[in-house]
Design a protein around this ligand. Sequence first.
Ligand code: NDP
Length: 475
Amino acid sequence: MRSMIVAGRKVEGRACFEVHSPYDGSLIEEVACASPTEVDKALEACERSRATLKKLTRYERAKVLRRVAEALIKRREELTKILASEVGKTLKEARAEVDRASSTFEFAAEEVRRLAGDEIPFDAASGGVSRRGYTIKVPIGTIVAITPFNFPLNLAAHKVAPAIAAGNPFILKPASQTPIADLILGEIILEAGFPEAAMSVLPGPGGEVGLRLVRDERPRMVTFTGSAAIGKEIATNCGFKKIAMELGSNSGVIVASSADVDFAIKRIALGAFALAGQVCISVQRVVVHRDVFDYVVDGVAKIARSLKVGNPLEEETQMGPMISEKDAQRIAQWVEEASASDASIVAGGRRNGTVFDPTVLTNVSASSRVWKDEAFAPVVCINPYDNFDEGIDAINQSRYGLQAGIFTNSLEEAFAAAERIEVGGVIINDVPTYRVDHMPYGGVKDSGIGREGLRYAIAEMTEEKLVCFNFWRSQ
Ligand code: NDP
């Protein structure tokens, strides 16, 4: 059985749960499950550790972060196999996640050295002539980090690396479907020299372990990545503490007639079917200028039909299963509903257990669930548009707003898209699925609150403390 980590110690606890492969249902490992006692111990230890963390200099924090980055690369193949097994992502996708998690820690190590406050120009106010002062960045306090199943390692890295950089203790609650890679990450962080009491990794049901952590008064911040529904539940339960919410989306793409259409086709297929569409910035809704509509649909459908789908542990597999049969059944139902109204299934549409074929739909009504909700599945909807404003309006008609993409060779259209699409990030000449780990990343509307990306997450996890000297005892 794999132990949990409570205040830096491996603990088996009294209960456990099984983690199964989403591809064939085989047992991967039993994992210890945190009880209220372990949650309390972890929280208490975090509070205790704050005095130790205060003494950990930026130099030392950067050293810990760099060691974690190096250890992730050393354990790359082991972590790759675990991610492919527990998430069902392909080996190529799993390797890329390990590499990105390592670079997330590297960026955090660099940011921590630049972490500094500002000089405050007190003499800019009439009452400030004799004053001099500055701000210092102080850690916010205990951070509760709750993560989803799709990128267990890198999305946990996006929370714990800035927590360490800022000098905060943390408790990580991984997704129950995918806790193993996060428990290994916990081991690595301990081996890298982060104080034991300052960190715990507590697997267990979100509605119990997660909710208990969220409701407790000791943490100063909850940083959550997951669905909008759970994000809203957390927000109503967390009381008087800071929240950061990285939530879902049904990301849109515009393909203008001036675009490099062949490039757009390749990128749309990649953005729609990577990780079986289970990426928060998967391409779900595409609007294409009518002049190039048929060409784009044919191109994306051709790629969809050509993908080798199946066992994620086989090197040649290009798309693995969905995370559960329930999710595969849900998307099969949504596709059926859409096709029962006006949509056409141009490619895919079939389910085999947890595997749902890469699917392309056209002429999808804006009221279909597969268009208006988050599909989180290998399904892309492609509709035509006649004028540019119509395209922008179609993308904006969503309760989500994480990222959007536009393929165009017109500067005017690119600028208009950048200014008018209501999202956290607009990607010109690429899909919304594009992300590097140091860029500001997050959404508007139901896609979230706050930004990740190391510099931005570290800012969220620190307080500005003001220091003001009154040199000449002026009043
Ligand atoms: P969920 O929202 O179902 O779960 C996310 C985490 O929340 C899990 O650890 C879960 O635990 C926990 N949780 C569940 N209920 C509660 C609760 N009541 N209180 C506290 N914690 C709780 O998301 P999924 O794991 O299914 O991930 C998919 C979602 O994540 C999609 O909507 C996707 O768009 C979004 N996402 C957003 C990203 C972004 O950066 N914006 C990136 C990646 C994914 P348990 O597993 O035990 O239920």
